[in-house]
Write a protein that binds this ligand. Structure first.
Ligand SMILES: NC(=O)C1=CN([C@@H]2O[C@H](COP(=O)(O)OP(=O)(O)OC[C@H]3O[C@@H](n4cnc5c(N)ncnc54)[C@H](OP(=O)(O)O)[C@@H]3O)[C@@H](O)[C@H]2O)C=CC1
Ligand SMILES: Cc1cn([C@H]2C[C@H](O)[C@@H](COP(=O)(O)OP(=O)(O)O[C@H]3O[C@@H](C)C(=O)[C@@H](O)[C@H]3O)O2)c(=O)[nH]c1=O
Ligand SMILES: [Mg+2]
Length: 283
């Protein structure tokens, strides 16, 4: 789309946006450091884009526990400043959030209006970002996604390919269930939302978008190995056997029906998207 400004250049979603929206402007850390929210707003005022997508975030879940001030600036204060600038220009703002805004209780998929309750700093700062964006009154869409993977950056698929080639046996948590989501699918969906919002100012709100079917990390790992021709033994473990600084939600299932109804965006099968990513990784 013409006149699109994207925050983020090097991240998984940003790099996939560069493929589907090659004419967009991508602001990396050098042009807009998200620890400086005013600078992010100023960039929007200067460039006067037709729409903004924020694909940058503080995504180091464990590190955030001991670096909450930076995580809050990047995940809450900067997106709030971006949304306020978009509201002033009257342009749509697409922001990406996470399943980690939920507490992970129960075993049912959550709809957009389900009660939030983050259990870590990353999830809390992402939720604070959502709330602050809504308060600006901008025409904003917040897409909550989960378990992002791609051929670039850091993600579970790349970690498993590395560990699966090095080790005979891996222990992987099997009590966290969610929807792995290809960054390429997120990029297409975010772009399509920005386009639809430009055409229809009534379109806005929080939307869940994740790959299906829902699986455990252990089953996700098994599929990665099956498709990669690797055969380490995968042993299921409970989260309690994999201690980390930040707790992760157990139930990350997202009900993705609203985005289909309002934007015509279908839930992607992550197993198909995984084939493309593995092909790219082995090329
Ligand atoms: N990764 C995941 O599993 C999930 C991600 N999400 C959300 O999806 C969105 C995209 O995530 P993803 O593509 O995976 O993220 P990545 O971790 O791949 O990339 C993060 C991006 O944010 C940028 N960034 C971080 N801090 C700053 C800063 N201070 N100033 C400027 N840029 C900064 C990074 O730039 P640099 O390279 O310079 O550090 C990088 O481009 C985020 O909103 C995230 O919360 C939601 C669910 C799951
Ligand atoms: C490497 C490894 C990980 N695991 C577990 C730990 C964790 O519960 C799970 C996934 O590991 P990760 O480090 O990818 O998890 P994490 O970085 O927490 O992933 C999250 O990132 C943020 C940004 C999000 O928004 C979430 O949707 C989610 O994708 O796998 C094992 O059980 N065994 C292993 O050998
Ligand atoms: Mg991670």
């Amino acid at each position: 789309m013409d006149g699109l400004l994207v925050f983020g250049k090097t991240g998984q979603v940003a790099q996939e946006l560069a493929r589907v929206a090659p004419d967009a402007n991508f602001a990396g850390r050098d042009q807009a450091d998200l620890t400086d929210p005013a600078a992010c707003a100023a960039l929007i005022r200067e460039r006067k884009p037709r729409a903004v997508i924020n694909a940058a975030a503080y995504t180091a879940v464990d590190k955030a526990e001991s670096d909450a001030d930076t995580a809050r600036l990047v995940n809450a204060d900067a997106p709030a400043a971006m949304a306020a600038a978009c509201a002033k220009l009257g342009i749509p703002f697409v922001h990406i959030s996470t399943d980690y805004v939920f507490d992970g209780s129960g075993d049912q998929p959550r709809a957009e209006d389900a009660a939030t309750g983050p259990i870590g700093v990353y999830g809390q700062t992402k939720l604070d970002g959502e709330t602050a964006i809504a308060a600006t009154g901008a025409q904003a869409a917040i897409m909550r996604t989960s378990w992002v993977f791609s051929a670039h950056g850091n993600n579970f698929v790349k970690t498993m390919r590395r560990l699966g080639a090095e080790r005979d046996r891996l222990t992987i948590v099997a009590d966290q269930i969610g929807g792995p989501t290809a960054a390429a699918d997120i990029a297409r969906a975010a772009l399509s939302m920005a386009e639809a919002m430009t055409a229809d100012p009534a379109k806005r709100g929080v939307y869940h978008f994740a790959g299906g079917p829902d699986v455990s990390w252990a089953d996700f790992a098994r599929e990665i190995f099956a498709q990669s021709g690797l055969s380490p033994e995968v042993a299921d473990i409970p989260s309690s056997d994999y201690p980390t600084p930040a707790k992760r939600p157990l139930n990350s299932r997202l009900d993705c029906t609203a985005i289909t109804k309002d934007f015509g965006i279908a839930r992607p099968d992550w197993r198909v998207s995984l084939q493309d990513v593995l092909k790219e990784l082995s090329a």
